[in-house]
Design a protein around this ligand. Structure first.
Ligand SMILES: Cc1cc2nc3c(=O)[nH]c(=O)nc-3n(C[C@H](O)[C@H](O)[C@H](O)COP(=O)(O)OP(=O)(O)OC[C@H]3O[C@@H](n4cnc5c(N)ncnc54)[C@H](O)[C@@H]3O)c2cc1C
Length: 441
């Protein structure tokens, strides 16, 4: 019996125009979890994303530091949804929402919806400082990570040509701003490059000239974790030679000189801004529905304030009804994943005429890795540091990666890096030119 017709039949069945149409903006952690949990249900779903892939952002810093390639942490959205007959994908930017008409305007035209799920995530927050926005580098996407990787390697090449002149010193000064997991992990990775890669590949350079600075405005690193974990992370970074400045804010950077709230200045060409994110809101949703950190204020059912058929999920959602999180849930993967599943579950319950309950967030914990055998992990009420936390971090991230192939690629790269002390992907595949600067190399 020939069974090839079944997917076509299923597709035809699910594309019944009379089914309610749900538009999902964003195939990140929240949007993807939502579409996975609503597959095979009587809804027509269209997923929009500006990229044709899902990005596993927690490991962007490993791409930026040459530990793994971008294909290890990105996964094609079409590949994921190809088995789901009721889900369609459109690679497009959603530009504006017209709530009264139940319509969105996108870069490929206008589309009508019955329900709109906004899971557009977050963007880097420069807190209104245009100078920092223009001159610092950010780490929010795969292109950002590749730019950072190119910049890092180009600066080493440049330092070689300048060696002995003193001009190589600012070129080899790398500043990371923000002591959250991204800042801690990025500065740890840079310090390991200084320790293992510079002496091997750039032996014409005096490796001790490379300096990694981490600047944090609050009194400790990893503020979302316990003080003990903060101290352990600080100790590990100091052991790696990172110069950590706490209680210090960055006040300006003109591309050559970084100024700090302490009055100190640092000559550097590379400042990595990891000091904050804010919601990536869409035009057309009322201003009064936008709250803390530029996120949509939602009720306990994730409906955006003032709208009954528009929902927010993940980083963009600020649910204030959870007393444990008065400013909304943390902007990390776990709320995004849980909210995606929860909202799809509500739609599925509605089909069966079942009542829905408000969202309840379960916080499993936090973790950050600093370098080889150095990490901190707080999970299900237990606290770990050092080797156990490091292996735990690697195991969980490997499990969370989307796609078996990606897990294999990342695992093989990690093994290679571990055994050889190398970072395999040290390629300048597309040179990075600093904004407003002459050619970097
Ligand atoms: C460098 C870095 C490190 C991190 N480390 C950790 C960590 O260790 N642990 C942790 O839990 N969390 C970490 N996070 C945070 C975590 O990645 C986010 O909380 C999570 O990705 C949020 O999921 P989301 O679905 O809300 O948004 P995202 O995953 O950001 O997805 C949003 C999607 O929407 C798309 N999009 C945006 N606007 C539009 C538009 N207008 N039209 C169409 N598509 C659009 C984007 O292309 C993207 O695919 C890190 C984040 C970064 C940047």
């Amino acid at each position: 019996m020939r069974l090839e017709f079944i997917p076509y039949f299923m597709h035809f069945l699910y594309n019944d125009e009379s089914l309610p149409h749900i538009i999902v903006v964003g195939g990140g952690f929240a949007g993807l979890e939502f579409v996975k949990a609503i597959r095979h249900k009587p809804y027509r779903v269209t997923l929009f994303d500006t990229n044709n892939y899902h990005t596993f952002q927690p490991m962007l810093y490993q791409v930026a530091s040459g530990g793994i390639g971008p294909d290890g942490i990105a996964y094609p959205l079409r590949k994921i949804i190809s088995k789901f007959p009721n889900i369609a994908f459109r690679m497009a930017e959603v530009i504006e929402v017209f709530p009264i008409e139940n319509r969105i305007h996108t870069s490929i035209g206008d589309f009508r919806y019955d329900h709109l799920v906004i899971a557009s995530g977050a963007q880097t927050n420069f807190f209104g400082n245009n100078q920092l926005q223009q001159h610092t580098m950010q780490l929010k996407s795969i292109p950002d990570a590749l730019d950072l990787r190119s910049n890092l390697l180009q600066e080493f090449e440049k330092a070689i040509t300048l060696r002995g002149t003193g001009k190589e010193i600012p070129v080899l000064n790398f500043v990371v701003v923000g002591g959250g997991p991204t800042g801690v992990e990025t500065s740890g990775a840079l310090a390991e490059i200084k320790k293992n890669i510079l002496p091997a590949d750039y032996n014409e350079l005096n490796a001790s000239l490379m300096q990694v600075h981490l600047v944090e405005s609050s009194s400790r690193l990893l503020v979302a974790m316990s003080e003990k974990s903060s101290e352990a992370a600080l100790r590990a970074l100091l052991q790696l030679g990172v110069q950590v400045r706490l209680n210090t804010a960055v006040t300006g950077f003109d591309g050559e000189k970084l100024t700090l709230s302490t009055g100190e200045t640092l000559n550097t060409e590379t400042v990595i801004w990891a000091a904050g994110v804010k919601g990536k809101v869409l035009k057309g949703i009322a201003e009064k529905a936008i709250g803390h950190s530029n996120r949509y204020i939602t009720n306990g059912f994730l409906q955006i304030e003032g709208y009954s058929n528009i929902y927010a999920l993940g980083d963009i959602a600020c649910m204030k009804s959870d007393p444990k999180f008065p400013h909304g849930h943390p902007m990390v993967c776990t709320p995004a994943i849980q909210q995606g599943k929860y909202l799809a579950g509500n739609f599925n319950k509605l089909v069966k005429g079942k009542a829905v309950k408000p969202f309840h967030y379960f916080h499993p914990g936090s973790m950050a890795t600093v370098g080889r055998h150095k990490a901190v992990m707080e999970i299900f009420g237990f606290r770990f540091k050092g080797l156990i936390a490091w292996f735990g971090w690697m195991f969980l991230h490997l499990m969370w990666l989307v796609g078996f192939r990606n897990r294999v690629i990342v695992f093989v790269n990690w093994m290679w890096n571990y055994l050889t002390y190398q970072r395999a992907i040290r390629l300048i595949t597309r040179p990075y030119f600093k904004k407003g600067a002459a050619k970097n190399i």
